[in-house]
Design a protein around this ligand. Structure first.
Ligand SMILES: NC(=O)c1ccc[n+]([C@@H]2O[C@H](COP(=O)([O-])OP(=O)(O)OC[C@H]3O[C@@H](n4cnc5c(N)ncnc54)[C@H](O)[C@@H]3O)[C@@H](O)[C@H]2O)c1
Length: 352
């Protein structure tokens, strides 16, 4: 499996992405650009202006939102590719946030057993996380990313100018994943993040590049999540269950990063009880996450949430697996403990 796509950063690497397009003979093949309602409006013009060699690309559009990260949307994508006689060596480009990069990569990775595709992430979350590392997928039966594949993009082009039109709450959601990568992989990055407010991130290309390097470094060592890649799941065991719960029950489901923020607060609290995270760091982390992501009303049915936690892909056997922190930059995988502690953590969040 190719686990080392190139990660290219604008402005310096615009020329390299052009080289990439040349290398796949873009003028001689068909290109398809997948986007959602918002990225068509906000990002397409810039993208085609930056890369006029793609001006004849076909467009495929999906409505925006996690609820459209589905097999039904994939069917629209595959139908469009089939009707346009797409071949395996044609080029499929995901222009959008994590929903588009996850789903488009999945759709491309199985179309005719895999066509070449690249990611152009336009949300902070997709730039530092979803578009990096080759995990693709869609939600199924209300459960997050139940169907998917490991399929790295042929190239990923990151231009932080796209963040200028990203709504604040989406920037905020992506920032949670940035905090997470620092917490599991880099004390220096965490300390740097403590020095500025989350909305300044759009002026910090070097921080975004560092987060990409950190994630890519972990993925390269463990592309299929057999061991150390599980570190990246910190906050995601409880976070995914809460996100799934809110997709099923909420009129306005929580954003991915907001659910992860709740998961990180609960799992930081549990780390303090189970894996020796100090009181001082526990307070510092929880404070930073609350300040940047806010506090949400959490009213969940415990039995249903437990069912979702038990259905988590990260489990082995009947155990719910967690990644906990011993320190900032010291993430411990495959941690298990009593289910009561999960509910105590949720109560802690509730009364925070
Ligand atoms: N594959 C992975 O490793 C991985 C990691 C983390 C998260 N994810 C997935 O990523 C998804 C969340 O990603 P997301 O937060 O980017 O969600 P998203 O794709 O829904 O994007 C968020 C919103 O911002 C809009 N948007 C995106 N870029 C914009 C721009 N430049 N200007 C204006 N609007 C813009 C989108 O249209 C959407 O409405 C979840 O499905 C999650 O499961 C995947």
């Amino acid at each position: 499996m190719n686990t080392s796509p190139s990660y290219l950063f604008a402005p310096n690497d615009k020329a390299k992405f052009k080289e990439y397009l040349q290398s796949v003979d873009v003028s001689k093949i068909k290109s398809f650009i997948l986007m959602d309602t918002n990225t068509k409006k906000q990002c397409l013009d810039k993208f085609v202006t930056d890369f006029p060699e793609l001006q004849n690309a076909d467009y495929i559009m999906i409505r925006n939102g996690e609820q459209f990260k589905s097999l039904e949307s994939c069917q629209l994508i595959w139908k469009s590719l089939t009707e346009n006689f797409a071949e395996r060596n044609d080029l499929f480009i995901n222009l959008g946030g994590g929903v588009i990069t996850d789903m488009g990569s999945f759709a491309a990775s199985v179309y005719k057993r895999g066509m070449q595709f690249c990611n152009v992430p336009t949300s902070l979350l997709a730039m530092i996380d979803a578009a990096i590392g080759g995990k693709t997928g869609v939600d199924f039966m209300g459960l997050k990313n139940m169907l998917g594949s490991f399929a790295p993009a042929n190239s990923t082009y990151i231009d932080i100018d796209y963040l200028k039109t990203l709504p604040r709450e989406q920037l905020n959601s992506g920032y949670s994943e940035l905090l997470k990568i620092a917490l599991v992989a880099s004390k220096p990055l965490w300390e740097e993040l403590m020095t500025f407010e989350y909305n300044d991130i759009i002026n910090k290309p070097e921080i975004i590049a560092e987060a990409v390097r950190l994630k890519d470094g972990i993925v390269q060592q463990d592309p299929q999540e057999e061991n150390i890649r599980k570190k990246l799941n910190f906050g995601h065991t409880i976070g995914h269950a809460i996100e799934s719960y809110s997709i099923i029950h909420g009129k306005n489901p929580l954003l991915h990063g907001d659910a992860v923020a709740i998961g990180m607060i609960c799992e930081t609290w549990i780390s303090n009880k189970v894996s020796g995270l100090s009181d001082a760091l526990t307070a510092e982390i929880i404070n930073k996450v609350v300040v940047s992501s806010g506090k949400y009303k959490l009213n969940v049915d415990k039995a249903e949430l437990l069912r979702m936690l038990r259905n988590d892909k990260k489990n082995s056997g009947s155990r719910i697996n967690f990644t906990l922190l011993g320190d900032v930059g010291d993430a411990r995988i495959d941690q298990t403990f009593s289910e009561e502690l999960i509910f105590e953590a949720l109560s802690y969040y509730f009364y925070l």
